[in-house]
Design a protein around this ligand. Structure first.
Ligand code: TYM
Length: 328
């Protein structure tokens, strides 16, 4: 009945409320213990071209976001993937173990390489095997992520089971931990697609957006022309706004309570109230972020301590894997 968690985010753009509601908030609420490990997956970010200076800054910025959102640095380990070389090494071993058919079925790979198969990097195809290495190195119980990462966690399980079958039990097989609400926050301007780091200017609310920007994005959010305020998944835009309201509203109101609260108010009332709860919900995160930005040395120290704490676990797993495979 352990509860050790591993999860990570790519430092490939500004963080949005989808990353927060689908992942980070659940880490903070449910898995903020000294058994949990949170990674900044810079090696995954370079599967597509990155500007070096921007990438370096984003790694530090994401570290500050993790802490500002409430991860307890006295308990969890926060580290940068490339600081622990075992990730790349086990990733390679998994590339050799994984059938090409499994890798090429991954939805994220198909989407990201869709119209540019010949130009996209080999790393983009190998991406999920590196993710499996991230997770399996630390022998954790589960992986708290948003819904879009479920397929990758399932592949991770398949890879662990294949290795255990062929070479003997070296890996714990982890569970995907995905919450019902917030696991798939949709784009404000196109609510049939998920909110993403790389969408247009009104796609996502960023965690560091000012109140004025949050207001403008929510007021412009796409909804249909109905009037009744109900949690109906068929009405994608309305459903998305209601879900965002639900997750940010203080006091954890139930869905029937929310529907009752907005009865007869029209979409304008819901949008205004959503602006309010999102601005208030992000305020403490933004304040903490500003405070952390005054001392960049502190952030470097946290990343160093995080890597130092968990490196022995990674080294032990990799050494067992190599021994079982007859390499080294
Ligand atoms: P990434 O960087 O795309 O996203 C980070 C986390 O945010 C969640 N997420 C969302 N949740 C709800 N609604 C959305 N619109 C939304 N968009 C993103 C993602 O599900 C994820 O939990 N492959 C991973 C990074 C990774 C990783 C790992 C995760 C690498 N190694 C090991 C867990 C464990 C990724 O690209 O996430």
């Amino acid at each position: 009945m352990g509860k050790s968690a591993f999860s990570g985010i790519q430092p490939s753009g500004d963080m949005h409320i989808g990353n927060y509601l689908g992942a980070i908030r659940n880490w903070v609420v449910d898995y903020n213990t000294d058994e949990s490990i949170y990674c900044i997956v810079d090696l995954h970010a370079i599967t597509v071209p990155q500007d070096p200076e921007l990438l370096r800054n984003r790694i530090r910025s994401l570290t500050k976001i993790y802490i500002s959102c409430g991860l307890d640095i006295n308990k969890v380990a926060i580290f940068v993937q490339s600081h622990i070389k075992e990730h790349a090494e086990l990733g390679w071993i998994f590339q050799c173990l994984t059938p090409l058919g499994w890798a090429s079925r991954m939805t994220q790979y198909k989407e990201k390489s869709a119209d540019k198969k010949e130009q996209s990097s080999v790393g983009l195809l190998a991406y999920p095997m590196l993710m499996a290495a991230d997770i399996l190195l630390y022998q954790v119980d589960g992986v708290p992520v948003g819904d879009d990462q479920k397929q990758h966690v399932e592949l991770t399980r398949d890879i662990a089971q294949k290795f255990n079958r062929e070479y003997g039990e070296a890996f714990k097989v982890p569970e995907p931990w995905i919450r019902d609400s917030g696991a798939r926050v949709m784009a404000l301007d196109e609510p049939t697609k998920k909110m993403s780091k790389s969408g247009g200017p009104n796609n996502a609310i960023m965690l560091l957006d000012s109140p004025a920007v949050i207001k403008s994005k929510i007021m412009k959010a796409t909804t249909d022309s109905g009037r009744e305020i109900k949690f109906n998944p068929e009405q994608a835009g309305l459903y998305n706004l209601l879900t965002i309201y639900e997750l940010f509203a203080p006091g954890n109101p139930t869905r029937p309570e929310i529907e009752e609260q907005f009865a007869g108010q029209g979409y304008g009332g819901l949008k205004k109230a959503t602006v309010e709860v999102v601005v208030e919900g992000l305020r403490p995160i933004q304040e903490k972020y500003a405070e952390l930005s005054k001392d960049e040395g502190y952030v470097e120290q946290i990343l160093k301590d995080g890597a130092d704490k968990i490196r022995p676990i990674a080294a032990k797993t990799l050494s067992e894997v190599k021994q079982r495979m007859g390499i080294g």
